[in-house]
Design a protein around this ligand. Structure first.
Ligand code: ZN
Length: 299
């Protein structure tokens, strides 16, 4: 996990144990994780720009740190613009989104503040938390306010019914598996927002750079679930997840991928998840991987 990569540390295995949380009443029934910030602190701050006619859920903000009103407005406008674009990209509209959908964004001017407020205490710059549809973000006012990756995680979470999952010390609501979550956010970063994950390189280029490492992946069984994904370096598995999801979306369309996303779960075995993918795509995973390799490596 290279620290220079701005990514979600959705399931970092640090922080307080569930037992400890339970003892201090921090866990609600159903495995929900308590919030570290009072809901009353969220402000209804409207964007100063027009978000065209695109659908966008309401976003509530908390700024924790020294930010001028102008900096706050810049940040707010960026989140509304990115959320509207992500909704359009994922096909989330006023008709398909839950009626009362709200996203909560907590912004911190130091990484330490972000880490301590984040329920999972992730040291990354940004994290999406599904229990309360919250996004925790370390942002300095002199930095680019746009970072749509985590918004994509939250917006894709309303594609279907979520399930509960206990990962290590954390209980969370989930949709799909970490592999497809990260893959989707990275693919959307690229084809919707034209953002590279790292070092000015796009996902397929990175896969070619790590071709030797990726040759070790001969079945999705090795990475489709969280435990398997965790056995790989981020530098290898993240571009693969992003590139493979991009391939699935390009070959089969967003609706088919949405079907995959809403039918795969961490609480299923890797082979049960692969069976879902094969059924939805009408193709064996071997054939999918062969086609993906052909597309990426045979130019
Ligand atoms: Zn992510």
């Amino acid at each position: 996990m290279a620290p220079s990569f701005e990514r979600s540390e959705t399931f970092e295995k640090t922080g307080e144990s569930i037992e400890k949380k339970k003892k201090r009443g921090g866990i609600e029934q159903g495995g929900r994780i308590d919030r570290h910030e009072p809901t009353s602190g969220f402000a209804k701050l409207a964007p100063s720009i027009k978000i065209s006619k695109k659908y966008c859920p309401q976003i509530l903000f908390i700024f924790r740190g020294v930010y001028s009103p102008e900096a706050q407005q810049l940040f707010i406008d960026a989140q509304y613009t990115d959320a509207a674009d992500a909704c359009e990209c994922l096909g989330v509209t006023a008709h398909t989104a839950p009626k009362d959908l709200k996203l909560f964004v907590l912004v911190f001017d130091s990484q330490e503040k972000k880490k301590s407020a984040d329920p999972f205490h992730a040291g990354s710059r940004a994290s999406a938390r599904f229990n309360e549809m919250e996004l925790y973000r370390y942002w300095r006012a002199d930095e680019d306010p746009h970072f749509p990756h985590e918004l994509t995680h939250l917006i894709a979470h309303v594609w279907g019914e979520s399930y509960s999952w206990v990962a290590g010390q954390h209980a969370t609501l989930m949709m799909s598996t970490s592999f497809f979550q990260e893959g989707l956010a990275l693919a959307v970063d690229e084809f919707c927002f034209k953002r590279q994950w790292v070092r000015g390189k796009f996902l397929d280029e990175l896969c070619r750079e790590y071709a030797a490492d990726l040759a070790a992946i001969h079945s999705l069984e090795q990475c489709v679930n969280f435990d398997g994904m965790n056995t790989f370096q981020d530098t290898v598995i993240m571009p693969f997840a992003g590139s493979f999801v991009k391939f699935l979306i390009q070959e089969f369309g967003m609706d088919t991928f949405k079907n995959i996303y809403t039918h795969t779960q961490e609480i299923l075995s890797p082979w049960e998840n692969i069976a879902e993918v094969e059924k939805i795509c009408g193709m064996s995973e071997k054939e999918l991987l062969r086609r993906w390799r052909e597309k990426i490596f045979i130019v």
